[in-house]
Design a protein around this ligand. Structure first.
Ligand SMILES: *Cc1c(COP(=O)(O)O)cnc(C)c1O
Length: 439
């Protein structure tokens, strides 16, 4: 008889009794009472629905406790897009993660332990950045590259001369020209969309000009009848500072990316300031890196608005460790050896084709990986992928861990170039779990 004395649902433990379970008491210290209560209530609902036995409720609550209190979940990036903006751009190196953990507590970020006085904030990170780019007289770090450009506009001000073909939209509707104008600068646009010449810049530079800005078109490419002067040519021709926004954050040239500008070369070519992102090809935390002459960097650092662009200790810690430590995941993905990549891909396909719970129709295909929104728009990196039926794409995204592949011509491609080899087993398990559900 439903609801009668024999109804097992009557035996579902009450919330306060469950919360007194020693395991859940300990969990509440770590996660807070609310998160534990949610797990308990979820388990009670499952018991009420007859999905689990009443005496399994406590175990079920323990089993489903969250392991961290962030709603952001770790995701396996199998897209082959190395710097994936929607997946958080650069994944940090193990060294940077350890550094983050260290800096998270009370730390001497701005304190001299020797004499107890205030010290230069983030000295270690700034020293590491300066050491990585010896051509820079001085360096500064702000929240992101957009902040670096905003600070240039605010501190150096007035009029900025920039080529029409370099009026870039960064993403999510934000545009560099509007950013600079929003900081009170007046933009003087020179050249045509596809071509701009030294003489265009020379004609536009006047007494009000604060600097000439050269923006690297890092997320698109114009090909055909195009031309634009180099930083060196501009420096030779105009007598105002040339500021180079190189975008991706290569500090020195990279052999696979011959068209991607780097900070050292831009400075050697005479750029007075170079700005870049920390979380693109450098493979570090979100940050805006500024390199340049001592005088200009000093003006940026001491401008009243500089404080609004200040990075926190976590950024400084992760940046320093990225600069000093082993190659971060972005560089490993970029420099991945194709033979090794093929061996990993073959192993994954083989394990899927032969393994439990269900053999998966997995094929190894040649593909191309990309640097991504972070730079080098024209560069196709040869790669290999496991091709699965397209239906896997959605199911894998909703699995544990979520896996994001690339859907191409009716197939779901998993490109291991952007997967840490240490995650290969987790990737295999995630695909098998989907296969077991009958994707
Ligand atoms: C990515 C990029 C930006 C924006 O950098 P954020 O670090 O995202 O603010 C600006 N300019 C160029 C050339 C870029 O590539």
């Amino acid at each position: 008889m439903p609801g009668g004395a024999a109804d097992p649902r009557r035996r579902i433990p009450r919330t306060d009794a469950l919360l007194a379970d020693a395991r859940l008491v300990r969990a509440a210290e770590r996660l807070g009472r609310e998160a534990v209560k949610e797990a308990v209530n979820r388990a009670q609902r499952r018991a009420r629905a007859g999905e689990i036995a009443p005496d399994a409720v406590a175990d079920e609550a323990v089993r489903t406790l969250p392991d961290a209190l962030t709603s952001m979940r770790p995701v396996l990036n199998a897209t082959g897009v190395i710097v994936h903006t929607n997946l958080g751009r650069a994944p940090l190196s193990a060294a940077a993660r350890t550094a983050l953990d260290r800096a998270a507590g009370t730390t001497d970020v701005e304190f001299d332990l020797a004499d107890g006085s205030r010290a230069r904030r983030g000295k270690g990170a700034l020293d590491a950045l300066a050491a990585a780019v010896p051509d820079a007289e001085d360096v500064h770090v702000v929240n992101n590259n957009a902040a670096a450009l905003a600070l240039c506009a605010l501190a150096l001000g007035r009029e900025i001369v920039v080529a029409r073909g370099e009026l870039v939209e960064i993403g999510d509707g934000f545009r560099i020209p509007e950013l600079l104008a929003g900081c009170g600068a007046r933009l003087v646009e020179v050249g045509a969309t596809n071509r701009v010449h030294v003489r265009d810049y020379v004609a536009a530079v006047g007494p009000e000009t604060a600097f000439v800005l050269k923006v690297h078109p890092s997320n698109f490419r114009i090909s055909g009848f195009t031309s634009a002067p180099s930083v060196a040519e501009l420096v030779d021709a105009v007598d105002v500072p040339v500021v180079a926004d190189i975008g991706s954050g290569l500090l020195t040239p990279h052999p696979l990316l011959p068209d991607e500008p780097d900070a050292a070369s831009a400075l050697r070519d005479g750029a007075a300031l170079v700005t870049a992102s920390g979380d693109k090809l450098l493979g570090g935390p979100q940050a805006g890196l500024i390199f340049g002459t001592a005088d200009l960097v000093h003006r940026l650092r001491r401008h009243p608005t500089a404080r609004a662009f200040r990075v926190d200790k976590l950024t400084l810690a992760a940046l320093e460790a990225t600069l000093r430590g082993p190659a971060p995941p972005v560089r490993q993905a970029l420099d991945a050896d194709l033979t090794a990549l093929r061996a990993r891909t073959d192993a994954l396909a083989h394990a899927l084709a032969t393994g439990a719970p269900a053999a998966v129709k997995a094929e190894v295909v040649e593909t191309t990986a990309a640097v991504g929104g972070g730079g080098a728009p024209g560069v196709a990196l040869p790669s290999v992928a496991v091709a699965l039926p397209e239906a896997y794409a959605g199911a894998l995204r909703q699995g544990e861990p979520p896996v994001v592949g690339r859907v191409e011509r009716g197939r779901c491609l998993l490109d291991l170039r952007t997967v840490d080899p240490a995650d290969d087993d987790a990737l295999l398990a995630a695909v098998r779990a989907v296969a077991g559900e009958g994707a």
